[in-house]
Design a protein around this ligand. Structure first.
Ligand code: ADP
Length: 585
């Protein structure tokens, strides 16, 4: 019974105590003026006591909503309170002459209104509050007509009619109000339902994107890896050209796929920002080096200017910082036909007195018209319609970059002059990037590149349902002189792990019969020689929550498809450990 409506009523009753006592004081005082006697004083004292009881009753109910007796005591309290209150109106009606009667009618109507506003939500309480006032209003004129025969009974009859009209209006207003509340509730329920539906649809869209990305990235991974392998074989010039075209086109497609995935992750609020200690100069130089061949081909000079006394290490999400700088530099190179591109990294105090770390990418390219400057940061927007025709692109790069910058607590701004060049500036809050004593690397360890295997060749278990992928991985590890065993699904991997010891396991995620997560968990928990064997997850599924699932299942590291041959080899070398049980066998 102690529901939200009751709580609302109880609260307003407790809160309204002073108002009721104040009104009672006014009523009693006026009665004293109209007809001085002891009764208004007695009445006020009685009303005061009744209100204290009423107040304690509702206060206790609010304090402990579960432990109150039955509903009757609240109904009686309300009825008693109104019965006592309007008794003073009866006094002014009987003893106050004409003015007293007018005052009585006004004060009872006011009380009726007050009770209605306070109790309209619960019918039983409303009746308990209304009935005593209504009875006074009806009976005072009627009784007077009977006991004062000389009185103008027509006037009294009119007062009665007025009472009915007033009560009828009050009932109508309550009904209307309740109907509006009901409509409002229905509308609210409908809106909530629609929101839930939209959220479900959005979740389904994200999921759909994850699945589609996985499905497209898997064959793309095979294409890219095969092109990489082909590059390592002896080729004549024409063949080299064709392979380059193959891998370039695959990389463009992978880039587009990654962009679409990123924007949908950001929009679904699922993009999370990591923090790791990185060498700032290395990162910026690395991105610059990626673009310098392209710039050289176009005869554009690419300069890096990094402030001298910047700390060598900062805490940041290296992947996302690299992605932003890569996008800005890719645009600068794309839209500059001749001249200079300068990448500057420096500290700058901002308007609010804090220091920012700024990354400027300034070019002497085609520039952007003033009215386009904000538009280019929206998804799928380009400065003008001819851009795609001339330069290609999707208009996603800047939208993703700005959102990533904002997720890192910063922003991207642009200054540009049409025909003269542009300067894009990424600014990040400098203090948050500084290393502190507690900034220990978290999660997976960084891979030490080119770390030599200490104790000779290893045995690797390659688990993937795609034959092409298994072959590609085996070809990559071949130059290391490693031995490999293959499994087509998780179940086969679990069975193999019972009897044979491996130094490292490369595990795909989505496979028929048994997926990678389940297989990883079983290998970790079963008796056998591979309980502690490092497991590296290899997957085209780049969604964040999948990575978490892998880590929880017990994998040591995570590699995204398409396989980067160097990263794969470095990871395998760094993560594999000679299995003592294999060495002993
Ligand atoms: P995309 O380059 O794939 O079209 P972006 O979001 O990276 O998408 O850029 C959006 C648009 O902003 C570009 O199409 C181009 O019109 C404009 N733009 C971005 N960078 C530059 C630049 N450095 N110089 C001139 N225009 C630029």
């Amino acid at each position: 019974m102690r529901d939200a409506i009751f709580i609302g009523i109880a609260k307003s009753r407790v809160k309204g105590l002073r108002t009721r006592l104040g009104l009672a004081g006014f009523l009693g005082g006026t009665a004293m003026l109209l007809e001085p006697s002891i009764w208004p004083v007695v009445w006020f004292l009685v009303y005061f006591v009744s209100q204290i009881i009423d107040n304690n009753l509702f206060k206790a109910a609010l304090k402990n909503p579960k432990k109150q007796g039955d509903e009757a005591k609240f109904i009686i309290a309300i009825a008693l309170s109104t019965l006592i209150f309007s008794a003073m109106s009866a006094y002014t009606w009987i003893f106050g002459g004409e003015e007293g009667r007018i005052f009585a009618v006004i004060s009872i109507c006011g009380a009726l209104l007050h009770v209605t506003l306070q109790l309209y939500n619960r019918r039983t309480y409303l009746f308990a509050g209304l009935l005593p006032h209504a009875l006074y209003l009806l009976f005072l004129p009627s009784v007077t007509a009977v006991i004062e025969p000389g009185h103008n009974s027509f006037t009294l009859f009119i007062v009665n009619v007025g009472t009915f009209v007033f009560l009828g209006n009050l009932a109508w207003a309550v009904r209307q109000n309740n109907q509006s509340l009901l409509d409002l509730k229905v509308a609210k329920d409908e809106a909530q339902e629609a929101r839930k539906l939209a959220e479900n649809e959005s979740a389904a869209k994200t999921n759909f994107l994850a699945v589609i990305t996985h499905e497209i990235r898997t064959p793309m991974n095979a294409v890219l890896s095969a092109a990489n392998l082909l590059k390592r074989t002896p080729l004549n010039d024409e063949q080299s050209d064709h392979v380059r075209m193959l891998s370039n086109a695959s990389e463009v497609l992978m880039g587009l796929l990654n962009d679409v995935l990123d924007i949908s992750k950001i929009e679904a609020g699922k993009m999370s920002i990591e923090r790791a200690a990185i060498d700032l100069k290395d990162l910026v130089t690395g991105v610059g080096q990626l673009w310098s061949p392209q710039a050289q081909i176009k005869n554009v000079r690419l300069l890096l200017e990094i402030e001298d006394d910047l700390p060598s290490q900062i805490m940041i999400d290296p992947l996302r910082l690299r992605q932003i700088l890569f996008n800005l530099l890719s645009n600068a190179v794309k839209f500059t036909a001749k001249g200079l591109i300068i990448v500057r990294v420096y500290r700058l105090p901002n308007a609010s007195g804090h220091t920012e770390l700024r990354f400027d990418v300034e070019d002497q390219g085609i520039g952007i018209a003033g009215d386009q400057l904000e538009r280019i940061f929206s998804s799928f927007e380009q400065a003008d319609a001819g851009t795609t025709r001339r330069y290609g692109g999707t208009g996603l790069g800047l939208a993703i970059s700005r959102k990533l910058a904002q997720l890192m607590g910063g922003d991207i701004s642009v200054r540009s002059s049409l025909g003269h060049g542009s300067c894009f500036s990424l600014s990040l809050p400098y203090d948050s990037l500084l290393l502190t004593a507690i900034d220990m690397p978290e999660g997976f360890d960084a891979v030490e590149a080119d770390e030599a295997p200490a104790e000779g060749p290893r045995t690797i278990l390659i688990v993937d349902d795609h034959e092409v992928n298994r072959r590609i991985v085996s070809l990559f590890v071949q130059p290391l002189g490693w031995r490999w065993v293959m499994a087509e699904n998780g179940q086969q991997a679990v069975d193999l792990c019972r009897s044979e010891a491996f130094d490292i396991i490369l595990m795909d995620m989505q496979m028929p019969v048994m997926g990678g997560i389940e297989a990883t968990k079983l290998i970790r928990n079963q008796d056998g020689p591979n309980q502690d064997t490092p497991i590296v997850a290899l997957t085209a599924n780049a969604m964040e929550h999948h990575q978490k699932a892998w880590a929880e299942a017990g994998v040591e590291d995570f590699l995204a498809k398409p396989i980067d041959p160097d990263l794969l080899i470095n990871t395998l070398i760094a993560k594999s450990r000679i299995n003592p049980l294999r060495a002993a066998a």
